[in-house]
Structure formats: structure tokens, C-alpha cells
Design a protein around this ligand. Structure first.
Ligand code: NDP
Length: 333
């Protein structure tokens, strides 16, 4: 039997944009009520993503204040709203993408939830979903990677980087990964990266050209943004694709499209959310991702599970480049 749903909960919200200090830990936030087509989830594990820091810092504008951050979590359905909630019922174990995840409870559209495979360890689904779907859509839609392709992945030991590297390895690509420390290089190699480059002191362009016989990489996956954009353009092959999918080091300044002409480069700025709009897209990619974890033994590395009360420390660690793999939150603490 399940405990009754309380009226208030622990949550972390922001009342203004700023550094990690604007994250406010509260214990008396009203538990939301599911409206048409929504389900109410009791979260057990909340995933932290770099995008959370953008909404906190003001790089991306919060829709309102106070605003509860967080885009994904794993937990149990504790109530269903009116209308079409698909086949979800109270007691189901689910993982979801939506908003306001830094809390003990969240309401989400049923269409953005998926059942957690029974073989998964607690936390794995929350650790894999957003970054795993990002990696999957990057290699299938943003640029369709083929066996034998030479590809460059920046921040290869990060949350998205480790999953992207494993996917690229499964496809049979030749992967060059950038990292900032020897420990991160080792981890990237364990997750499929063929050649690592420490971009804090090595000449990345020279190494990439040397490794690729002067050709460069047919696809460059760049989630670092401002500090790597020019480098990425230098490393991309003739007729190659530069997939600029994030701003961990800051937003990429405006680009003059004439710069793409020298090598007939395709430049794209893909967003996961634009690839999983329909239920079919969301379910299809999620099932494929879970398949890689269940059948191909993908490693879903968790850096640390932080108490909700210490989310500010988690943001500091992520922005301070101190983490590898996924950061999770335990919303009960
Ligand atoms: P990560 O775990 O990859 O953390 C970011 C990593 O970026 C750091 O660990 C660090 O690795 C590297 N980095 C390089 N320069 C900086 C800097 N100045 N400040 C901070 N980090 C830096 O985070 P995520 O996996 O959550 O996200 C990675 C990127 O992917 C982000 O830009 C994110 O916005 C983007 N993303 C985009 C999505 C989309 O739909 N477009 C979806 C999901 C993520 P190192 O120390 O090795 O340099």
C-alpha cells in the first residue's frame, strides 16, 4: 500500500537568475495537482543536466518565478489526472522528461513518461534518459553516423559525452574525444573513445589532422560551445557536419555563414526536445536507448547522488568541470 500524497513537499526553486546561491531549498512547497492528461509522480531520482544551470544563470530565461528547475526524474505514479493518461496507473515505475523536477513530486503530461524496465537498477533510468536520448538523436538525426566515420566528441567524459561515445563505438565510428584531465581521458577510453586529446594543453587541430590523415572529422559533436566553436570548425572535414548542441563554456557568438564555404560545412544547432515531440518519437527513441542499456550493456555512470538540499554544490561541481558521467539528486533528503 502506498502512503497518502501529502499537501506540501521539499523542492528547490529560483526566485531570480544568478549563481548557485540563488537555488533555494524549501520544505513547504505545495504538491501540484495533475490536470488534463497529466500524472503525478513521486520522484526517487532526479537527473541534473547542464541546461538546468542555463535556466539558473539566466542564459535561458525562466518562464516564471519562483521556478522549480529540473527536466527529468524517475519515480512512481501516485495519482492520475482527468482525460487521456495513456495506460499509466498508480504504482507504475516511470521515468519522465518535463519541467520542475527538483522536487519530491511533479506533474507531467503522460505522453512524456515511459515505464522503467524491471531489470534496471534504481537510478539508471533517470541517469540515462535525457543525455542518452540526446546522444541517440545526435547520431541518428543531426548527423547519421556510419561505421568507419571519423568523429570528434568534445567533453567526452561528461554525462552526454560518455553515452555518445558508447553509441558511436557501437556504430563502429573512429572516435576522437577531448577532455581536460588524464582521469577523464582514461574514462573516455573505457567508454569507447579511440583517441583522447587533452584540450587544456594539447594542439587539438594538429592531433585531429594527424589522426585523420589530414582530412579532419566528418562530424564534430560540440556541446562545449563558446570556447571550442572555432576549433571545431578547424577540425571538421570537407563536406563535414558541425553539430553545435550546447553552451557549457558559454553561448557561441553569432557566426558569419560565409565561414562555412571554405570546406562546404553543414552547421547545425540540434535540440533534443525538437526530436521527441510526438509520442511515437519519444517512445521509439526511449525503447532504443533502453535496449542499448539492457542488451548491449551500456555503462550508465553516476558521478554522485546529491541530497536535494545540496543542489547548489552539485551545480558548482558541474560548472566547475569536477564531474564525469551523470549527477543525480535524492529528493527525499
Ligand atoms: P557534462 O557532464 O558534459 O558537463 C559539461 C562538461 O563540459 C564538463 O565536464 C567539461 O568537461 C566540459 N567543459 C568544457 N568547458 C567548460 C566550461 N567552461 N565550463 C563547464 N564545463 C566545460 O554536461 P551534460 O552532459 O549535461 O551537457 C553537455 C553539453 O550538452 C552541454 O552543453 C549541454 O547543454 C548540452 N546538451 C544539449 C542538449 C540538446 O538537446 N541540444 C541535450 C543535453 C545536453 P572537461 O573538463 O573534460 O572539459
Amino acid at each position: 500500500t502506498m502512503a497518502p500524497v501529502p499537501s506540501t513537499m521539499k523542492a528547490v526553486y529560483i526566485n531570480k537568475a544568478g549563481g548557485p546561491e540563488v537555488l533555494e531549498y524549501k520544505t513547504d512547497v505545495p504538491v501540484p495537482t495533475p490536470i488534463d492528461g497529466e500524472i503525478l509522480i513521486k520522484n526517487d531520482f532526479v537527473g541534473i543536466n547542464f541546461i538546468d544551470t542555463y535556466f539558473r544563470s539566466g542564459l535561458y530565461k525562466a518562464p516564471q518565478f519562483p521556478y522549480i528547475l529540473g527536466r527529468e526524474a524517475e519515480g512512481t505514479v501516485v495519482a492520475v489526472g482527468p482525460g487521456d493518461v495513456l495506460d499509466f496507473k498508480v504504482g507504475d515505475r516511470v521515468v519522465w522528461l518535463g519541467e520542475s523536477a527538483y522536487a519530491e513530486f511533479a506533474t507531467i503530461p503522460a505522453s512524456k513518461a515511459a515505464k522503467v524496465p524491471s531489470s534496471f537498477k534504481p537510478g539508471t533510468a533517470a541517469a540515462a534518459l535525457l543525455q542518452g536520448l540526446t546522444a541517440l538523436t545526435l547520431v541518428r538525426e543531426a548527423y547519421h553516423v556510419n561505421k568507419g566515420d571519423w568523429v570528434l566528441v568534445h567533453a567526452a567524459a561528461g554525462g552526454t559525452g560518455l553515452l555518445l561515445s558508447q553509441l558511436l563505438k557501437a556504430i563502429g565510428a573512429n572516435i576522437i574525444g577531448t577532455v581536460s584531465t588524464p582521469e577523464k581521458a582514461e574514462l573516455a577510453k573505457q567508454n569507447g573513445v579511440t583517441h583522447t586529446i587533452n584540450y587544456s594543453h594539447e594542439d587539438v587541430k594538429a592531433r585531429v589532422l594527424e589522426l585523420t590523415g589530414g582530412q579532419g572529422c566528418i562530424a564534430v559533436f560540440d556541446g562545449v560551445g563558446k570556447s571550442t566553436f572555432d576549433l571545431s570548425l578547424e577540425c571538421v572535414a570537407r563536406k563535414g557536419s558541425l553539430l553545435s548542441f550546447g553552451n557549457a563554456s558559454g553561448a557561441v557568438p553569432p557566426v558569419t555563414i560565409a565561414r562555412l564555404a571554405a570546406k562546404n560545412v553543414r552547421l547545425m544547432r540540434p535540440s533534443l526536445f525538437g526530436y521527441i515531440v510526438t509520442r511515437e518519437e519519444f517512445v521509439g527513441y526511449t525503447e532504443d536507448l533502453f535496449g542499448f542499456i539492457e542488451k548491449e550493456g551500456f555503462n550508465v555512470r553516476v558521478h554522485e547522488t546529491y541530497p536535494l538540499s545540496e543542489v547548489a554544490r552539485a551545480h558548482g561541481d558541474l560548472e566547475g568541470r569536477k564531474t564525469t558521467g551523470k549527477l543525480l539528486i535524492d529528493p527525499s533528503k
